[in-house]
Design a protein. Structure first.
Length: 333
């Protein structure tokens, strides 16, 4: 792998003579969506005298081409698998694979474009949560890329790799017919995301954390003036109920049978939601009820009494074998 800037027209400075090298088509279309690149078109370079040749092996296929910048619309890297040899004028990072390892290259392409990679780089690099996010070459190499037998579940990883390769082969077969078509990649991306999660052996809770970070947290680190991100919106009933169910499921993992935790969400068209947690030896249930008017007025008085700047998310005093957790419905994520 190397970071290189592509062949450039001769200018003052270092030059390279490639008159005896194999002519390669020139590609100017790296602005298309990631994953796969349309077949490079165009004739060989117009002159044999060029400068900044860089990592010449990176021009040969199969290779993965990765610009440094992160897509601010999707919070993802943009990695494209290209089986053909081609030259570029852009500053692009190249990952070269032997021809016999093209399946491995397709797997890595899916991983780099995956939400898991975005989540990983967001926590490991300092250039992600900035105005112009990017991942440098040395940071790109930090991402774990285990062999199938090194994963938590080799059988599941092997099956996931097979599905990933098949889907990218299908994308390659369609890449020239759908160039410029709106959202043609979307059905593939969702399925590839799940297969990559399976390759790494992520649990459903871990997948949820990755999705939440990429879809909600990362876009909120540098929102534009006109943007209202998910974190900035008021929560709704389904969001509060999903939060309560996840909380209950997590707590019950820590309990020793026969003790369990059951929960009740007290909500409605209010600014505050209450989750009542109760220890029980019966079935662990989660139900949603509306707040009473008396409770609503009591909560309003309590919130008004709190100092400005004090968090409105807190745990209330334990009542018998129950505890109440109060959450503001504003920015509840």
């Amino acid at each position: 792998m190397a970071d290189w800037s592509g062949f450039q027209t001769l200018v003052f400075g270092k030059t390279e003579n490639i008159a005896d090298s194999q002519p390669l088509p020139i590609s100017e279309n790296f602005s298309v969506p990631p994953w796969v690149l349309s077949t490079p078109e165009g004739g060989p370079w117009k002159t044999a005298e060029l400068h900044r040749s860089g990592f010449e092996h990176g021009f040969s296929g199969p290779h993965i081409l990765v610009p440094q910048g992160i897509s601010t619309r999707t919070s993802r890297l943009r990695a494209a698998y290209v089986p053909e040899a081609c030259t570029f004028q852009h500053s692009i990072q190249a990952i070269k694979f032997p021809a016999a390892q093209d399946a491995r290259a397709k797997l890595l392409t899916a991983i780099l474009n995956n939400k898991f990679a975005s989540w990983f780089y967001f926590h490991r690099t300092s250039n992600f949560g900035v105005e112009r996010p990017k991942v440098h070459q040395r940071q790109l190499l930090l991402l774990p890329f285990p062999e199938v037998d090194e994963t938590p579940d080799p059988a599941s990883a092997r099956a996931a790799q097979g599905q990933i390769v098949s889907l990218i082969d299908e994308m390659l077969a369609r890449r020239n017919q759908v160039l410029g078509a709106e959202n043609w990649l979307a059905p593939y991306v969702d399925r590839l995301d799940e297969h990559v999660f399976s390759y790494y052996g992520l649990t459903e809770e871990e997948r949820m954390l990755v999705r939440d970070a990429v879809d909600a947290i990362i876009p909120s680190t540098q929102p534009s003036r006109e943007t209202v991100t998910v974190v900035m919106r008021d929560s709704d009933g389904p969001t509060r109920e999903a939060y309560g169910k996840i909380l209950l499921k997590s707590l019950n993992r820590w309990m020793k049978l026969p003790i369990k935790v059951r929960g009740r969400l007290l909500t409605g068209s209010r600014d505050w939601a209450i989750i009542e947690l109760e220890l029980t030896q019966g079935q662990s249930l989660f139900v949603a009820d509306n707040q009473s008017e008396h409770l609503h007025r009591a909560l309003d008085r309590m919130m008004v009494a709190l100092p400005i700047g004090e968090s409105r998310n807190f745990e209330l005093v334990r009542i018998s074998n129950c505890s109440w957790t109060i959450n503001s419905t504003l920015s509840s994520r």
